[in-house]
Design a protein around this ligand. Structure first.
Ligand SMILES: [Zn+2]
Length: 380
């Protein structure tokens, strides 16, 4: 059951909320013990300003980096640049390598998303873990790819932020091609090609590089294996503790089929219970089914996590191999669906995933105008 007292983010500032909580501290232990400490800007050493923005309006995140790069149809030679021209293995499609070889192309994409009105851009580092880069024989470049991706995005953030519109950069941590809880071999369900410790180390390196590169927050996204995500969350917490820093964190899972479960088998509610100890600023869903089919799972998550901000950035509909980006939902359709989510009070942060372009984000930004962010509730 929910207690509807606690806070309507649109009308009550978080600092006022905390002041009132202080007064009640001795009388209501439940209130203190259940309040998320992540809702105070002062809880963070960097990026805390986003907490204030979330208290007043729906925050906009950018669209897809991967499908925007795909549209450029880059050659193998462009991916390699001068520095890597002698590599033995093909690196075409290794989008994170572009942070080193074609940074201006990545900057252009970030800039077009900022121009469409978004508040947050994600770094081009989704696949920049040591484990993912092993597939290209470039594991030792992981740290450099993350730092470069963070620095170029942050440079743009600093150039385009104004007192009236502060911009943010979130360091993107994707899943890896190897999963800790799913067998790569149908004949041997117990087989694994990666373990928790290797994942933890790989994510720790990525987190260190992103934070050292200047990001305002971290986003652990497109989660389809909860155990991989837990290794990443452990690494994030370990890094925060060691360096005495704390940045806002967004956790976003992916429901891949009509069973309403993520690939490693959990329902959305079970997934939230598995990761809620990380006390993220927001939890959400992205990618996969597109907004229309995501709705019931978003409702489930909103119900399961009433005291945490909800983030939603769907693909531009279901995949269509015949379409240029692989997805053919128009900006008008995606933005209308997200508008409806906002009207139903389901979202605090919205954006787009695969197939969404700067035009999609422009329409989404328009559709969010005047919409009230989802209110938070204490969960009893
Ligand atoms: Zn996607």
């Amino acid at each position: 059951m929910k207690n509807a007292w606690i806070y309507n983010a649109s009308t009550l500032s978080v600092s006022l909320l905390f002041a009132s909580l202080g007064a009640k501290r001795n009388r209501d232990h439940r209130l203190i013990s259940t309040l998320s400490p992540t809702l105070s800007p002062d809880s963070y050493t960097r990026g805390g300003e986003l907490v204030d923005v979330l208290a007043h309006r729906i925050v906009l995140m950018d669209g897809a980096m991967g499908t925007q790069i795909q549209l450029l149809k880059l050659s193998e030679a462009l991916y390699r640049g001068e520095r890597f021209k002698d590599l033995q293995q093909s690196v075409q499609g290794n989008n994170e390598l572009l942070n080193l070889t074609c940074p201006h192309l990545i900057e252009d994409i970030h800039e077009r998303f900022f121009e469409s009105g978004v508040d947050i851009i994600e770094t081009n580092t989704f696949g920049a873990t040591r484990i993912a880069q092993q597939d290209y024989g470039l594991a030792d470049l992981a740290y450099e790819m993350n730092t470069a991706g963070a620095q170029l995005a942050c440079k743009l953030r600093d150039r385009l932020s104004t007192p009236a519109h502060q911009r943010f950069v979130f360091g993107a941590l994707g899943p890896t091609p190897k999963t800790a809880s799913i067998s790569p071999d149908v004949a041997d369900p117990g087989a694994r090609n990666v373990d928790y410790e290797t994942l933890r180390q790989s994510y720790f390196e990525q987190v260190r590089a992103l934070v050292e590169g200047g990001v305002d927050g971290l986003i652990l996204e497109t989660i389809f294996d909860t155990l991989n995500a837990k290794a990443a969350l452990f690494a994030i917490e370990e890094y925060f503790e060691q360096t005495e820093q704390r940045l806002p964190l967004i956790i976003s899972g992916t429901v891949t089929d009509a069973s309403g479960r993520i690939l490693s088998g959990q329902t959305v509610s079970a997934f939230w219970l598995s990761v809620s100890h990380a006390k993220p600023l927001a939890v959400g869903l992205n990618c996969a089914l597109g907004a229309a089919l995501m709705r019931p799972y978003l409702q489930e998550l909103s119900h399961a996590a009433p005291d945490t901000y909800i983030c939603c950035y769907p693909n531009a509909g279901l995949p269509n191999p015949m379409s240029e980006t692989g997805f053919d939902e128009t900006p008008e359709v995606t933005s209308a669906l997200l508008h409806e989510f906002a009207q139903q009070g389901l979202v605090n942060i919205v954006g787009g995933c695969c197939g969404t372009t700067p035009q999609h984000l422009f329409e989404i930004a328009k559709a969010m105008g005047g919409q009230t962010p989802r209110a938070l509730f204490r969960k009893d």
